[in-house]
Each structure stands twice: as structure tokens, then as C-alpha cells.
Design a protein around this ligand. Structure first.
Ligand SMILES: NC(=O)c1ccc[n+]([C@@H]2O[C@H](COP(=O)([O-])OP(=O)(O)OC[C@H]3O[C@@H](n4cnc5c(N)ncnc54)[C@H](O)[C@@H]3O)[C@@H](O)[C@H]2O)c1
Length: 317
């Protein structure tokens, strides 16, 4: 298949592109390589993808309709996987405009171009953050959502737009509510890579909410397997799936996996923008895919740390 992946230089975009390239799909990747975190690191991911003959990359900002539209004019695309967005909950307080241009304008541009090109199936990234502070666990896709941060509100609006476009233009739209994804080539602004960095540099690690947060950590290899199965399914109009292992663990539990290492901790109180716990229900996904198994967390986290050390990622981030 010919697949357009926006945000291809990002963590999920890179990982999903690579797994599809291995299966011989042709990938058109788009990214503006912004500096929310190291663009050298993003370039390294693109260099890795360019090892595949059937990968083509365009450095483009999706909020620029003309440029976005121009590069895609002569390209045949079967499926879109839309992952480009300004991520991060706390950064949305500092740079709200980035969330509007990338997550709202960028999303509408992607929809309009897909509509013109008569693309019939679009996957897009939503987020577990749309559930907000709901203490009724596990969170089900049928729950009423109450996002707190601007980031989460842009994701809710994406879901509403997806609903509208799918009905009006008969497009299969699939919203993926990702829960804390981690693994090789992961994001330096997220907890695990901050932990790895503090271990290697022997620096103090600030740990929010005294490490008591529970997060529904989900391994990237499980996510790429899920995506490989999802692209072949048929969907009715707009459907939403929690993408999570449904086995939340606390940050303190993760620290216990690093027995031989001395970790200097500064335990700090909870940031109000962070939700207390995340725990998704994945029955809807399991019903559709039937055979998914999630990797053991302890092993997956230590594998990721080995990769981090071996590839000396520390120097980029
Ligand atoms: N990683 C997670 O745990 C997680 C959880 C929930 C939701 N998500 C969502 O999944 C998607 C991918 O997340 P990620 O972890 O790979 O984040 P990421 O920041 O690593 O990747 C996003 C990519 O999009 C690109 N981008 C941003 N704005 C752009 C623009 N205007 N034009 C072109 N490119 C642009 C960035 O340069 C980046 O490479 C995002 O939509 C994110 O909100 C991720």
C-alpha cells in the first residue's frame, strides 16, 4: 500500500513507518522537524528510514496548506496515518499557538487534502488525556470525555472533526487514543528517557507526585503490531480505540526495575495539569484484533534502557 505518515520524524511516526517499510509498504513521510525536542535526533530517525528504498520524505509544515497540498498532488495514497501534532501537556501553557496551528489547522488541512484525493481510510492520533480527571477506571471509549489541558482539548476537537468528515464524506476515520507509549527511539521529554538520562549523567531526577502516578505504559513494539493489523481492517464511519496495555504501573515501580543503579531522586508534589492515574480499557481493540498480547513491562523497559546506552542517545537529548 501507499501510505502517508505525518509526523514521520517523531517517535510514533518513525516506529510505525519502519514497521510498515519492513513489510514492503511505500511510505511518504512528512514532518517539519521542529525543535520541541532535538531536531538532530529527529534527523537521525529520518536517516534510519531513508535506508529503505520505498521511503520518501518531505520537510513540510502541515499548517501550510499550499505546500502540504503541492507535495501530495502527484502522489497516489491509499491510507493516511496522521500523527503530526504538538505533543506535551505542560508546554501548552507556554506555547498555546503551536497547538492551534499544528493540531487544529494542520488537522483540517490533512482532512481537506484527503477529501480532495478521495482517500477512504484515515487513522489519526488522539490521546488518553481526553478523559481528563475521571476516577472511574478503566476508561472506556464510551465514557463522556472532559479534557483539562489545551493539548487535550485540541485532541477532543480532532475527534469531533473526524466524526463530521467521516459522516459527510463517507471516509473511514479511526481515532487512536494512545496511552503513555515508550520504547526504543522514544521521546526525551517523557519520564523514561529523563530517568535514563539521569542515570547515565548521575544527575538528580525530579519525580512528580512523589512517584505515585499510575500510568498505562504501552510498549512501542506492541503499538506497531497493532497498527500492522489495523490497516487491513474495514471500519464503519468514525471509530475510536484506546491503544493501551490496560496494566498501569507507578513510576516508583519502574524505579524498582533499576536495582543495580544509584538514582538520585527529588520527589516533588503533583503538577495540577497532570492527571493522577491513567488506565484504559482495551476490550474494544482486543475484540477487533483477537490475538494481541502485550510485552512484559519490566523486560520492555530494560530493553529500552539497553538500546539507549548502546546507541549513546544521551548525546542528542
Ligand atoms: N507518545 C505518546 O505516548 C502519545 C500519547 C498520546 C498521544 N500521542 C499523540 O501521538 C502523536 C505522535 O506522538 P509522538 O509521541 O510520536 O510525538 P513526537 O513529538 O515525537 O512526534 C510528532 C511529530 O510531529 C511533527 N510535527 C509537529 N507539528 C508539525 C507540523 N505543524 N507540521 C509537520 N510536522 C509537525 C514533530 O516535528 C514531530 O516529529 C501525536 O499526535 C501525539 O499527540 C502520543
Amino acid at each position: 500500500m501507499n501510505i502517508l505518515i505525518t509526523g514521520a520524524a517523531g517517535f510514533l511516526g518513525f516506529s510505525i513507518s519502519k514497521s510498515l517499510l519492513i513489510k514492503n509498504h511505500k511510505i511518504y513521510g512528512i514532518d517539519n522537524l521542529n525543535n520541541y525536542y532535538s531536531s538532530d535526533y529527529k534527523n537521525l530517525r529520518i536517516k534510519e528510514l531513508k535506508k529503505f528504498r520505498h521511503f520518501k520524505f518531505f520537510k513540510i509544515d502541515i499548517s501550510d496548506f499550499k505546500k502540504f497540498n503541492d507535495v501530495l498532488k502527484k502522489i497516489k495514497i491509499d491510507i493516511v496515518i496522521h500523527l503530526a501534532a504538538q505533543a506535551g501537556v505542560r508546554y501548552s501553557v507556554l506555547k498555546p499557538q503551536k497547538y492551534i496551528s499544528s493540531n487544529i489547522t494542520g488537522f483540517i488541512n490533512m482532512m481537506e487534502i484527503s477529501k480532495q484525493k478521495k482517500i477512504k481510510k484515515i487513522f489519526y492520533a488522539s490521546s488518553s488525556s481526553v478523559y481528563g480527571e475521571n476516577s472511574n477506571y478503566p476508561w472506556k471509549e464510551t465514557f463522556k470525555i472532559k479534557p483539562i489541558s489545551l493539548y487535550a482539548k485540541t485532541k477532543k476537537f480532532n475527534e469531533q472533526l473526524a466524526n463530521f468528515y467521516s459522516k459527510k464524506y463517507k471516509i473511514q476515520m479511526v481515532g487512536l487514543r494512545f496511552f503513555t507509549i515508550f520504547g526504543e527511539w522514544g521521546r526525551p521529554d517523557m519520564f523514561l528517557f529523563k530517568l535514563f538520562k539521569s542515570i547515565i549523567n548521575k544527575k538528580t531526577l525530579e519525580i512528580n507526585n512523589y512517584g505515585k502516578h499510575l500510568r498505562d505504559f504501552t510498549y512501542i513494539h506492541d503499538v506497531t503490531k497493532i497498527m500492522l493489523s489495523l490497516i487491513n481492517k474495514k471500519f464503519h464511519q468514525h471509530q475510536i480505540f484506546n491503544i493501551c496495555s490496560s496494566e498501569p504501573i507507578s513510576l516508583l515501580k519502574i524505579l524498582s526495575y533499576f536495582k543495580g543503579y544509584s538514582i538520585k531522586l527529588k520527589k516533588i508534589k503533583r503538577n495540577k495539569l497532570d492527571v493522577m492515574n491513567t488506565h484504559g480499557d482495551n476490550k474494544r481493540l482486543k475484540k477487533l484484533l483477537k490475538t494481541i498480547k502485550f510485552t512484559d513491562k519490566n523486560r520492555a523497559i530494560l530493553n529500552t534502557f539497553d538500546w539507549y546506552k548502546k546507541n549513546r542517545i544521551n548525546k542528542f537529548i
